[in-house]
Design a protein around this ligand. Structure first.
Ligand SMILES: NC(=O)c1ccc[n+]([C@@H]2O[C@H](COP(=O)([O-])OP(=O)(O)OC[C@H]3O[C@@H](n4cnc5c(N)ncnc54)[C@H](OP(=O)(O)O)[C@@H]3O)[C@@H](O)[C@H]2O)c1
Length: 390
């Protein structure tokens, strides 16, 4: 079906979209969306999925083994998701119904029990990505992290995943194909066993930020005993960068507010300096020539370039590349390039199981209260991830 526009069901004129779909608002104010639209995403099929709301897990069962947790019964033909029909503040997030799809060749369907809420999701919501989004019809379903149970495996899947396995995955969102949904179809290589000993809520906090941290370290290309500075160290990305860097023998200097100092130390930072606009100077107090690499999770951009030594490497998480200076290499981190990197995510799973990586959950919310997760995330100060539970 890839690349084929299926028969039209209806048209939603609000967005002036060319796409075929029908939107219905129920008396409960819930939206249901019908669409037979398939969009070519390179060789990937755009997925609209069905789930069931008969089973409601708060945290999901703690995983003792990565297999044998059993597929769950489902109601036919629709699922709940959290999406938006118009861009705006957190209040635009609402529960929508989406139709079912099935795993095609090389794909896996997951009954999603938990979806982490990340800063990038707020940009999918607030219109910052409107230009990219408008090629598809709403609802736009944000989210890049899921955990749940495999309930369908397509032909030609060779990763070993089976129906009933507890899994986690990074989702590259497009249109209604985002993580905030009860069920999703993904390329099999994106879907990895969840860490043994975790529940769905914990497991869903790993894939996207863990892979981002992995990519940043790969781009920095440091050797054991070289120095790495991390800003935004108390955050999800910063925390994973520190913990991964320590598994690789790097010396890590990280920033923290006074309140976060114990947390950042417990994550493994060798040196903790006070966060702030002058953090580069504080880093230079410890490393007068500058550090070999810097991962800028706080998005301080120019302010932290002085922390990097001549010829060192700077990786940014929002695309920043500094003006050429002192032979510093600027290598932006874009996690989408690690989509379907099965082995890399699987390695992160093992590091959780060996307690080298810590999963942090701030709070859980039902889909109906998803707006609150964005409100609290944007207020700042959250440590650990908010998670929407289906
Ligand atoms: N490019 C990619 O592929 C990619 C992938 C993942 C993440 N990201 C981006 O990476 C960034 C970090 O993500 P995250 O999930 O780790 O976010 P997070 O959990 O909210 O962590 C960000 C941390 O930075 C701190 N911070 C904010 N402003 C600061 C400043 N001026 N000085 C020092 N610390 C500051 C925050 O503290 P407060 O809470 O106190 O403000 C928080 O501890 C986000 O911008 C995210 O969008 C990009």
């Amino acid at each position: 079906m890839a690349g084929r526009i299926a028969p039209k069901i209806g048209r939603h004129s609000l967005f002036g979209s060319r796409s075929a779909f029908a939107v219905r608002r129920h008396s409960s104010n819930r939206l249901s969306v019908r669409s037979n639209l398939y969009v070519s995403m390179t060789d990937r099929r755009q997925c609209y999925a069905v789930g069931n709301d008969a089973q409601k897990f708060k945290l999901g069962p703690r995983i003792r083994s990565v297999q044998g947790t059993g597929a769950l019964p489902r109601k036919a033909d629709h699922m709940r998701a959290v999406g938006l029909m118009v861009h705006g503040g957190p209040e635009v997030l609402e529960v929508v119904d989406l139709p079912e799809v099935h795993a095609g060749p090389g794909q896996v369907r997951v009954r999603v029990y938990a979806a982490a809420v990340n800063p990038t999701d707020t940009m999918a919501r607030n219109g910052s990505r409107a230009e990219q989004q408008k090629v598809d019809p709403p609802p736009y379903v944000p989210g890049m992290d899921i955990a749940g149970i495999v309930d369908e495996v397509g032909d030609d899947v060779s990763t070993g995943v089976k129906v009933g396995d507890a899994v986690m995955a990074m989702v590259v969102p497009r249109a209604s194909h985002g993580a905030y949904r009860e069920q999703i179809v993904l390329e099999a290589r994106a879907v990895v066993p969840a860490p043994v000993g975790t529940n769905h809520v914990e497991a869903c906090t790993l894939p996207m930020n863990g892979l981002t941290a992995r990519l940043s370290l790969d781009l920095l290309g440091l050797s054991p005993s070289q120095t790495l500075a991390v800003t935004g160290a108390a955050g999800a990305y910063g925390g994973y960068v520190i913990q991964l860097a320590k598994t690789e023998g790097l010396t890590v200097i990280a920033d923290a507010s006074e309140a976060d100092e114990d947390l950042v130390t417990s994550l493994g930072a060798d040196i903790v300096v006070r966060r702030g606009d002058d953090v580069a100077a504080r880093i230079r107090e410890h490393f007068p020539d500058g550090v070999d690499g810097l991962a800028d999770g706080a998005v301080q951009n120019e302010l932290v370039i002085p922390a990097v030594r001549d010829g060192g490497t700077f990786t940014a998480v929002r695309g920043f590349e500094g003006e050429p200076q002192r032979d510093i290499k600027f290598k932006p981190t874009w996690v989408r390039t690690y989509d379907c990197e099965f082995e890399k995510l699987n390695r992160l799973r093992q590091l959780v199981e060996s307690n080298a990586i810590t999963l942090r959950v701030a709070d859980t919310y039902p889909p109906e209260q998803s707006s609150e997760t964005h409100r609290r995330l944007e207020a700042g100060g959250t440590r650990g991830r908010f998670v929407i539970t289906f």
